[in-house]
Design a protein around this ligand. Sequence first.
Ligand code: FAD
Ligand code: NAP
Ligand code: SF4
Length: 675
Amino acid sequence: MTEYPHLLSPLDLGHVTLPNRVLMGSMHTGLEETKDWPRVARFYAERAKGGAALIVTGGMAPNREGGVFPGAAGLFTAQDIADHRVVTDAVHAAGGRIAMQILHAGRYAYGPECVAPSAIRSPISPFSPKELDEEGIEKQISDMVTAAVRAREAGYDGVEVMGSEGYFLNQFLVTHTNKRTDRWGGSYENRMRLPVEVVRRVRAAVGDDFIVIYRLSMIDLVPDGSTFDEVVELAQRIERAGASILNTGIGWHEARIPTIATSVPRRGWAWVTEKLMGKVGIPVITSNRINTPEVGEEIIATGVADMVSMARPFLADPDFVAKAASGRAREIAPCIACNQACLDHTFSGKLTSCLVNPRACDEASFDAGPADTRKRIAVVGAGPAGMATAIEAAGRGHAVTLFDKADRVGGQLNMARVIPGKEEFHGLVDWFAHMLAQRGVELALGRAVGPDDLDGFDAVVVATGVVPRDPGIPGQDGPNVLSYIDVLRGGAEVGPRVAVVGAGGIGFDVAEYLAHEGVSPAEDTALWQREWGVADPATHRGGLAPEGPQPVPPARQITLLQRKAEKLGRRLGKTTGWIHRASLQMKGVEMIGGVNYERIDAEGLHVSFGEARERPTLIAADTVVLCAGQEPERSLADALAGRGVPVHVIGGADVAAELDAKRAIDQGMRLALTL
Ligand code: FAD
Ligand code: NAP
Ligand code: SF4
């Protein structure tokens, strides 16, 4: 008997029955653009083998003007169709099913050729779109239909018509972007015409035995967005036009409300999908921040949706469903919704990967297989670098001992997990701990390791992490000065007025930690909605609360400082930095750049500005917290090197600059393949 009977129950779509209720949602990985089709095929086939009932590809452009960026992949030629066959054949051979997403970006297309219902530039694009005339609209419909027909020729089991997230079809639906006065604009009847027509003609062209998913924006989160009555009406029309399934889209890309970041509560948007249940006769999929089988099971069991879409969790673990089905749910590598290796990569023009699973999209590089000889390996430091090495090396058959001076594994992740909005790190550390046990790694915790402790090993890996950088501020040894470690690990007393020295990732996190008290909004959806100004789209257009964000008052008065004369947080994650900045701004955190730290005394932190050290200013504070960066902890590595012992140095112990868990895990896993 499975623990997830509802999640793993079949779903009958008429001409086909899906084996379970888990859809692998669409993600742009950049793989298709590499044109390395065996690599693309391997990526999807592994996910099919891992049990996803239906996979949706990344968005494929129906034509050049609709591509998300110039050169975006699509089915334009006979060769393209043959190339995609490689992928669909591999997925079918693995026992899976795959649908191709047709993504017309409209005014979000990053190029001068972009087209839209009206010539209104989006706030997130430098390109003004060309307003389409009647003929132009016909061409777009015809191109989308052609894409669907070609998808069928290429062996896909269906298509997903992308109608949400503020893309082309969504742009026709709302007056925010559609100012037309012809039959494609004005009344809602007219604004709905394009999406409905696309689905109708796609269905007519592909026949009945082909899956057509429509991704529908159920809460736009932009001014003048749809009401829920309009959402229901559109859903019913799309059903009548021939869609097999409705998928949920949450928020336009230009919305200033987080929709999938780690600080969004788990299943924090499923309530929107639930509102549509019972209003249509076809299955409805819910989406966003679903990352465990427990959450998926609860959603299906309680009738919140008929199916759940998970996208990033299939980067973190291709075997999500297979593990859930075989009683190995604790082995599922969790997606922590950090975006660090997926969306941040996409928006930087890099191939997608995954922080917790560097194999994602690079499967062939990890084909080392079992080790030829079983070695005794010592790994010192149970942070992410050391844990990743230990798990991978043990998986290859080595006898691994993992040392840490702390009495638990996790390293700095144990500080990350206490930050409000980073609760997912609890699950990540638990997963590491479980996998260490499952792979038989011997743990030696609670004692600092010196060079004498490492005799008799065939290989030594030093993953001792970092030490905080000493900023050398006069007065920093006073009783009112703490390091981030004192605050996050030691629970040190912090006064009501705080100055935070350093505004990197840790400075921002410490400010977030000190600004909050009580329940974390990430664990209370209603509180989180108030913080960000989310309302029910049934009562407020687009789901925007008229009163705007209503954050809980801050627990402390906080000033965040840096020496660089640039916007604070500029170097934070590409897709999440704005959320950290907005969150602190809502908490009234003052952000000051371009300072010189002069001294700390009982009154607080004294700073000046510019090379001439002008405008002496007191930042009145009861506590000053130092978050001035980190340096490698190399004492063990240096001592071993001094004795001529060969060592592998990884993670922060190797290079502390711009270190994050993504690099630490990647380096650790890749090293283990060579041991
Ligand atoms: P560490 O995690 O520092 O681990 C080193 C380990 O070595 C420690 O457990 C230490 O006790 C042990 N050790 C040291 N010397 C010895 C010795 N002689 N004997 C035995 N054991 C020893 N990164 C992200 O990617 N995303 C985030 O969102 C994120 N948030 C963060 C939030 C906070 C508050 C902090 C502090 C860090 C955050 N990081 C984040 C950074 C991330 O945690 C680090 O980059 C990562 O942990 C570094 O991994 P590591 O294995 O090199 O070292
Ligand atoms: P960091 O990002 O390098 O930031 C260090 C901060 O200290 C900067 O604001 C820097 O700004 C300041 N600083 C540097 N030298 C200083 C000095 N001598 N005196 C005073 N201030 C100084 O490092 P971090 O915040 O310690 O974070 C460590 C790593 O963890 C980072 O690489 C980060 O990527 C990772 N992390 C990531 C996340 C995430 O969400 N992805 C969260 C937390 C941590 P100025 O030089 O301008 O003063
Ligand atoms: Fe999830 Fe982070 Fe991996 Fe992206 S990089 S899939 S958000 S864990």
